[in-house]
Design a protein around this ligand. Structure first.
Ligand code: ATP
Ligand code: MG
Length: 584
């Protein structure tokens, strides 16, 4: 890729100075290229260091039942699971799908699969039978570990069609009686009777986990990561969250999302902290109680969850302000400056925005302590990765170094947590990896101080006359209006301008959807953004459509904007409608 000037600001060079991934490899594997097993790095290493008694997982059940699991118990439990899987014929690199809610068996299974050199493929209980079957097929799962309840509700009917699946291990409810479903094995009985096995001596490049992307822009992609990704989780656990053995870390992600593996399992455990797990879904009052009562020191959540908590008001939050939080961070979607400062006012710590993707495997850009913070930005690139803003001119990618120029975010290939491959036999790797760079598909600008600002996904940019409008800028401004709770801005085909921005908004309590509010919001937008960027229409909806990971599903909004055009025969070409798994 051509470059006019050096790709880094002097500040970034300073941050990166002296940084070496090898140091992290030596810490975990004894040498820069030694055998590295994710399961052992997260458990056995701490036991060997005399920390077996420390609490690895503090679990809170849906009905407030609780369980503390020490590092020694987790090490032995995952060793027994590894032994069972090996006994069942799990080969090196075979996939094990896991369909469990946030129960202790989920975490022990992940670690056990890694110790047995298998590939951990967690699925979300929020999916219907179609998407689950598609993921089991594409992921070529050999063994399935599921709760009996989810298996019976979602998978039993497709079992016959799952050719590659050799065994199904069911985690039963404590009070379950009666025979197991046909052809299934009892997870607990097998594991309790096994003798712990030592972790396989896997290499850093051996496959370890398989996640599907959120499917925001099209069919979810299956993305494979290797054991060496743990170096990225150790580094970012420390650099972004400052994790030590004294921390209680809570990550709210759903098990089907890469965040739940990278930061809901690996990062806190490899750093030797206590991982707090809450089985329940977002419920602001419960969440405030957990943050406060469990003395959570580091918290990782999403803009959707933050907006849900904001809807409940600052007074409720302030009553829990006397908490132990040191750092609260967000990922998945842009986090506007208002939400950042709301965190500071309501919880006593600002929300730090972090940026990464399923493909990057770990946080790449962050408002991390030691890196400086700029509310509304994604932050600066972390050490160990080189980031560039690129534009395609005359078919060739050019690195742009002028501040505030919009281009695609590209990362130089080769950081340890980077994905190894997409599965499913398509050529998407060829499309996003070129000349030693990985092209992320996200448009950003970098300011003069090295902070990256999210502009939009390349696919979501609105081409309005001569203007390119990033939906996030328009959304961020509309969110500043007190009536707006959530908003998604998408393009709508237009005969004159090709595309115009239209907004779909849900409202805060106390505001009434109607023509008066619509007119007020449109005029607010024109005043703040200027007529060229302001949305041409505002539609009120009760809830914005979301992916299973809680992201605003802009392609569904786009389809709705297009549908509003009823019968117009002179429509220009519409953006392609990507394929989807059946009932997502
Ligand atoms: P798909 O690739 O299937 O369309 P997806 O990109 O949403 O889905 P993920 O890998 O879960 O799947 O999400 C990564 C994307 O989420 C990023 O490429 C970016 O668009 C968005 N994202 C993540 N963090 C941030 C952030 N802090 N600010 C803005 N966008 C973010
Ligand atoms: Mg993506």
């Amino acid at each position: 890729m051509a470059s006019a000037k050096s790709g880094k600001t002097s500040e970034e060079k300073n941050i990166a100075q002296g940084f070496s991934w090898d140091e992290f490899a030596v810490e975990l594997a004894g040498s820069a290229s030694g055998p590295l097993n994710l399961g052992a790095a997260c458990t056995d290493r701490h036991v060997a260091a005399g920390r077996g008694d420390a609490v690895a997982i503090r679990w809170i059940g849906r009905h407030q039942d609780r369980r503390n699991i020490g590092y020694d118990e987790l090490a032995a439990w995952s060793g027994r699971i590894a032994a069972v899987l090996s006994e069942l014929g799990l080969g090196h690199g075979d996939s094990v799908a896991v369909l469990l809610d946030r129960v202790p068996e989920l975490y022990a299974s992940a670690l056990g699969i890694w110790k047995a050199a298998g590939v951990y493929c967690p699925l979300s209980g929020a999916f219907g039978p179609g998407p689950l079957k598609a993921r089991l097929d594409v992921g070529q799962a050999r063994i399935l570990i599921a709760s009996e309840d989810l298996y019976l509700r979602k998978l039993v009917s497709s079992r016959a069609a799952l050719d590659g699946l050799r065994q199904v291990l069911l985690v039963r409810a404590e009070d379950a009686t009666g025979p197991l479903p046909e052809g299934c094995l009892d997870f607990k009985a097998l594991v309790d009777g096994a003798t712990p096995m030592a972790a396989h001596s896997t290499k850093a490049e051996d496959p370890a986990f398989l996640h599907f992307t959120s499917g925001t822009t099209g069919t979810p992609k299956g993305v494979v990561h290797a054991h060496g990704a743990v170096l990225g989780h150790l580094m970012t656990g420390r650099a972004v969250f400052g994790l030590t053995e004294a921390d209680v870390f809570w990550c709210t992600a759903d098990p089907g999302w890469v965040t739940s593996t990278a930061y809901g399992v690996i990062a806190p455990l490899v750093c030797g902290a206590t991982l707090l797990v809450d089985e329940a879904d977002v419920e602001p009052r419960r969440w405030y109680g957990i943050l406060h009562d469990e003395k959570v020191t580091a918290w990782y959540t999403t803009p959707t969850a933050i907006r849900t908590m904001m809807r409940f008001g600052a007074a409720l939050a302030r009553s829990y302000r006397d908490n132990s939080l040191r750092v609260a961070a967000s990922v998945g979607e842009p986090l506007n400056a208002e939400a950042v400062s709301w965190g500071a006012k309501a919880l006593g710590v600002p929300f730090l925005d972090t940026w990464w993707q399923t493909e990057t495997g770990a946080i790449i850009i962050a408002n991390a302590p030691g890196q400086g913070r700029r509310p509304g930005s994604m932050g600066r690139v972390l050490p160990g990765v080189e980031a560039a803003v690129v534009r395609c001119e005359d078919g060739a990618a050019q690195m742009v170094t002028d501040a505030d120029t919009v281009g695609e975010l590209a990362l130089r290939q080769g950081w340890p947590a980077m994905f190894s491959r997409y599965i499913g036999g398509d050529d998407r790797v060829g499309k996003c990896c070129r000349d030693g760079w990985y092209f992320t598909g996200d448009l950003v600008r970098r300011d003069a101080d090295g902070f990256f600002w999210f502009v939009g996904r390349a696919d979501d940019m609105i081409k309005c006359g001569a203007q390119q409008i990033g939906p996030f800028e328009v959304e961020g401004m509309l969110m500043d209006h007190p009536a707006v709770a959530e908003v998604g801005v998408v393009s709508k085909p237009d005969l004159l301008l090709r595309e115009v921005p239209v907004a779909f908004a849900s409202l805060n309590p106390g505001f009434e959807a109607g023509d008066a509010l619509r007119a007020e919001l449109l005029s607010f937008a024109r005043q703040e953004l200027g007529a060229a960027l302001a949305p041409r229409e505002i539609h009120f909806i009760a809830e914005l459509p979301k992916t299973s990971t809680g992201k605003i599903l802009r392609r569904a909004l786009k389809a709705r904007a297009v549908a509003e055009l009823d019968g117009n025969e002179l429509l220009p070409d519409l953006p392609p409608c990507p394929g989807r798994f059946d009932d997502e």
